[in-house]
Design a protein. Structure first.
Length: 94
């Protein structure tokens, strides 16, 4: 994904904004990345990428799940699948 592509599709938070947030604010936990425009608090699809950005930028660890390895189309397509699965599971629990 490119710098200006949205990582958090619910709240339109870009990769650039998230990486700059980690560099400037130095969050102590992945969950603190929600302070960057609410990222990760909607459907939850972006949470693995938030964790990857946190690990790479904040802690200097390379992970297999990176924002660079995912195309915007794959990211959006995966979210659609994620939401469909979630709705199906919620329907089963009623």
């Amino acid at each position: 994904m490119e710098w200006d592509d949205d990582i958090c599709l619910c709240f339109h938070v870009s990769r650039r904004k998230l990486e700059n947030f980690v560099r400037i604010e130095h969050p102590r936990r992945v969950s603190e990345m929600s302070l960057c425009g609410g990222a990760g608090t909607g459907c939850g699809w972006c949470r693995p990428l938030l964790a990857a950005i946190f690990s790479e930028i904040g802690q200097g660890q390379v992970t297999s799940e990176t924002a660079s390895n995912v195309s915007p189309a794959e990211h959006i397509g995966g979210r659609v699948q994620h939401l469909q699965n979630r709705r199906r599971l919620e329907g089963q629990s009623e």
